[in-house]
Write a protein that binds this ligand. Structure first.
Ligand code: GDP
Length: 312
């Protein structure tokens, strides 16, 4: 599907990690009628405000990159907020996209939707074949509901709503708050601060043994725009990089990039989370997309971004 350059494209969550990358990619491709609203301009939890926004702005294409997101600790300690807010945000956006006859919508989920002990790499069809990882079950349940909502609107009304499931993301505009961040931005901040203060060691969480796959947000953004143009099916589609490392290897990579001379200590009172979360991205690769940013390069880019980010 060709999308005209002046199409009205709404990126929900355009200041966040995924949304800001999608926004930059759309601009890079010459789209010139992008619509974004900050949290203070539009509260996505407020169904009346969201309805008014859609009526006034009439977006033709919608990317849903708005969500309450967080790392393992935030998810485990605020389950109600993760479930309620994500359901509310996606319900408002998906339903109003239907009401205002949006041409196409892309909903972003997460690889945590898959059962904790599903075979790896995770194929799309493993959804709902077993129990979820408890540390982020509420977030995962909300994202599964979002996928199902897109599929249900397609089935009932013929809406061209698609879903993409990215693996663990990192990049510019990440959350560097140590309590709520994901592992990569958390480690960047910890190693950077330890280097500056001359600390002897950096404490990382868990055993360091879990495996995680990482995808740079700019690669995700290219995939999202690619899917918006080239994919119109009910089945959601995985977006991964195939770049899988243990958390220990990740910590060593971040340590080397930042140049911290001290030691790494593991705090095993903190949870490991799911043992492995590698996506099978062969469906998307078969459509002709592939990632471009290696993990080593990506960490370097992310560290440069961190150094430019003023308030942390
Ligand atoms: P997950 O992928 O949903 O489990 O979420 P995270 O990105 O928060 O955590 C991934 C893994 O990194 C888990 O095994 C964490 O225990 C581990 N980890 C090690 N150090 C840190 C840290 O400083 N912050 C976070 N968020 N995770 C860490």
């Amino acid at each position: 599907m060709e999308i005209v350059k002046n199409a009205r494209i709404y990126v929900a969550g355009h200041r966040g990690l995924a949304g800001s990358a999608i926004w930059r990619e759309l601009e890079r491709q010459g789209f010139n009628n992008l619509i974004g609203r900050t949290r203070s301009e539009l509260n996505l939890l407020d169904s009346v405000a969201v309805q008014k926004f859609f009526t006034a702005e009439k977006p033709e294409y919608v990317f849903i990159a708005a969500a309450k997101v967080g790392g393992i600790l935030a998810n485990a300690t605020q389950p109600a907020s993760f479930l309620f807010e994500n359901l509310q945000i996606q319900n408002n956006l998906i339903h109003n996209s239907h009401i205002s006859a949006v041409k196409k919508l892309l909903f972003l989920g997460s690889s945590c939707i898959f059962p904790k002990l599903a075979p790896q790499p995770l194929k799309e069809e493993y959804l709902l074949t077993g129990p979820l990882e408890p540390t982020n079950e509420c977030y995962a349940v909300a994202k599964i509901a979002g996928i199902k909502l897109c599929q249900a609107y397609r089935q009932q009304y013929g809406s061209d709503f698609i879903s993409a499931m990215p693996t663990n993301l990192y990049g510019a505009n990440d959350n560097y708050n140590l309590e709520t961040s994901h592992v990569l931005p958390g480690l960047i901040r910890k190693f950077h601060e330890a280097k500056l203060s001359g600390a002897a060691a950096v404490t990382c969480w868990g055993t360091g043994k879990p495996l995680r796959e990482f995808l740079h947000a700019d690669d995700l953004a290219r995939a999202c725009v690619f899917l918006m143009k080239n994919y119109s099916q009910s089945d959601f589609i995985n977006v991964g990089s195939g770049q899988e490392v243990t958390i220990r290897q990740l910590a060593e990579l971040v340590q080397a990039t930042i140049g911290f001379p001290g030691e790494i200590v593991w705090d095993t009172t903190k949870p490991d989370g799911t043992p492995r979360k590698l996506l099978d991205t062969s469906r998307l690769f078969a459509l002709g997309w592939k990632p471009e940013i290696s993990l080593e390069n990506g960490i370097r880019l992310a560290y440069e971004d961190f150094l430019k980010t003023p308030a942390k």
